[in-house]
Design a protein around this ligand. Structure first.
Ligand SMILES: [Cu+2]
Length: 222
């Protein structure tokens, strides 16, 4: 092998390794995009809209459960990070497209930390879901630091459920609404507390442990 060849092979191999390292670092550091509901906030209530799906569809993990966030412009974004103004009424609407099961911990069937400690399920107020009855609970939306937790009543698992996000209301769904008051500035972790990562240890790996699927941040800004 000539010297020129050796140099060429060395350079090419180095370049390949460098590119691979960059891709790895970016994928490890990569955080989901932020949907901003705080721009132009005027103290008026802010509406935050999410959907929970049984399978995200396209991408690296097509069969992972996930949340999505709807931008103020009406685009569904595959993320779990959103930004709201401080000390403001936040009206949440969550479209649940997933099936569910009985809860291992019935405590998570309760609505806590919302206005009136209540939420609406398809327009009807509720404070607790008995997950041993009916379709069970699919996911929760929980912000532990604020004591906020709302169970998402499930769809019938035998129905023709949406198989890839973003789902539309032509698929079976439940609409859950509730309101909270945003606290002072900070990053508030939220997540689902149903171990819904099927096929992972105790259901808590995969989408349950990956930002952008079953957990994220509510960023509160001044
Ligand atoms: Cu979940």
């Amino acid at each position: 092998m000539s010297f020129a060849w050796k140099v060429t092979v060395t350079v090419v191999l180095f370049a390949i390794c460098a590119v691979a390292a960059v891709i790895l670092i970016v994928s490890l550091l990569g955080t989901p995009p932020v949907v901003d509901y705080s721009a132009g906030a005027s103290g008026q209530p802010v509406n935050v809209t999410l959907q929970a799906v049984g399978a995200i569809g396209p991408g690296n993990h097509p069969d992972w459960v996930s949340y999505l966030v709807e931008s103020p412009q009406g685009q569904w974004v595959h993320t779990t990070v959103f930004q709201v103004p401080q000390h403001t009424r936040i009206n949440f609407t969550i479209y649940n497209y997933d099936s569910g099961s009985p809860l291992r911990n019935q405590q998570l069937g309760q609505v806590t930390g919302t206005y009136g400690n209540t939420a609406l399920l398809n327009g009807r107020p509720f404070r607790v879901i008995n997950s041993n009855a009916g379709n069970g609970v699919a996911h929760t939306f929980t912000i532990p630091e604020l004591g906020v937790s709302v169970p998402l009543y499930a769809n019938n698992g035998n129905a023709n459920l949406c198989g890839a996000a973003p789902c539309t209301t032509s698929s079976p769904h439940k609409i859950i609404r509730f309101s909270i008051t945003s606290p002072g500035p900070g990053d508030y972790r939220w997540q689902c507390f149903v171990p819904c990562g099927l096929g992972w240890l105790f259901g808590n790996g995969g989408p349950m442990g990956t930002l952008g699927y079953m957990g994220g941040f509510m960023k509160v800004v001044a």
